[in-house]
Design a protein around this ligand. Structure first.
Ligand code: ZN
Length: 107
């Protein structure tokens, strides 16, 4: 099954944001893998490290009211949540377990 290509202008909710990020990260992963010829496990660790660095930089920009959006980072809780999301998304779900399946479209 081919996933539908999502453009940044198509992002209207959490589901489309998730799909856009997934396709963008997958494309980036594949480009780095092909260009670097590094093993997939090394590229995956670099990807996880880049996500952690992104969190650190965005959280730093939100310290002491640095951004008007109102988000107040809580590093211990946020990082624990990020780790949980990584485990959940990376876990292979049993056949018949629909909780990990991505919807193919919208009604
Ligand atoms: Zn903000």
């Amino acid at each position: 099954m081919l996933a539908q290509h999502i453009n940044v202008s198509d992002i209207i909710d959490e589901s489309t944001a998730r799909s856009y990020l997934h396709q963008t990260i997958m494309a980036t992963f594949c480009r780095v893998l092909a260009s670097s010829r590094l093993p997939p496990g090394v590229v995956m660790r670099l990807l996880a490290s880049a996500l952690g660095a992104t969190y650190r930089e965005v959280a730093a920009a939100h310290q002491d009211g640095g951004c008007p959006c109102g988000w107040c980072p809580l590093p211990v809780i946020d990082i624990e949540t990020l780790c949980g999301c990584l485990v959940e998304a990376a876990t292979i779900h049993r056949a018949g377990d629909l909780s990990g399946m991505v919807a193919a479209g919208r009604a």
